[in-house]
Design a protein. Sequence first.
Length: 374
Amino acid sequence: MKQRQDAPVKQRKGAPMKQGQAGRQVDVISMTMSGIWLVFLVYPVSSLLTRPARDQAIGFALMGLFVVGYLAMLRRLGIDMPRSQHRLQVVIFAGLVAIAVASSQVLGSSAMGYVPFLTAAAIWGLWTPVNRWSGLATLVAALLVSLALGVTSDSVNVLLAGVLILVVGWLVTWMVEKGIADEARERRLLVVEERNRIASDVHDLLGHSLTVVNLKLQLIDRLMEANPGRAHEELTETRAIVAEALGNVRRTVSMERSSSLADELEHARGALRDNDVELLVEGSPDAPTGPMAVILGWVLRECVTNVLRHAHASRVRVTISPRRLAVEDDGDGLAGTAHDGNGLRGMHERVAAAGGELTVGHGELGGVKVDVTW
């Protein structure tokens, strides 16, 4: 049986990351992206060093505030940030723009050195699509200011750096968004798959058990007057079957249930005997090993359920070998079998998932034959 991801199971190789893991990943990306662009502080720093002491004090104070706000804004990618923090991000970004404008009073055109930081803050610190339009608007505004003050080699370099940040930011945020969306979609698919697995297991368990209980109750009804002692024994066995079915359902839902071929063979023997059906077994139930041995237990249970429900058989033969399981009866044949039922469909899916092949056809005894090979 495949191991599927829901709350209690271990994470598989290749399975999507948990939300906390994804958050840590984007935090690393965010801090890396924010730290890279600190190199562009060289432009305003070099310009401040040539200014008077008063301008240097004001300029470095504003720069310190800018760096603090910049790092605070990029503490986490905006596309991964809770919606409740969006307003705070906008306030911080507006503060960064205000500091850059104020710095121009002491730096002049060298304040253009803040443009790459503003672009990075917009693209990494805001959410889609606001981040892209804000980054583009920042560059357009910087271009207009550069044209008004006069284009220099430094302003061209700064603008090119901003364009590079914008393009890289668009690509990386798109990739991160796509990864987050893919992981969310896979988590949803895994939840659906797990629900289907539990539904299939419960169907197998209850379908078999309720069939046996129904037949036993019919037998008890016939024995009530003719043989009260035997009826009491059958009633005791029926209670035990119901209790076992309830326990199996609980263990299935909690993913703790396992069933071997030998166990199911013993259950089949009792259920068939109670309904006057002869069981012939060829081979050892311990011959198959590994995960397939559990799959074969489910196959045998479903086959016996179908025999008791539909076949009107008097004899069932089970053939077991290390690489094969065959179950056949002498009943009504394929006409009496629910070919498209959940039981047969579930058997096909489980056997295929374990790397085997299941076929249903006419048997040598005249009824249906279910053959599993792997």
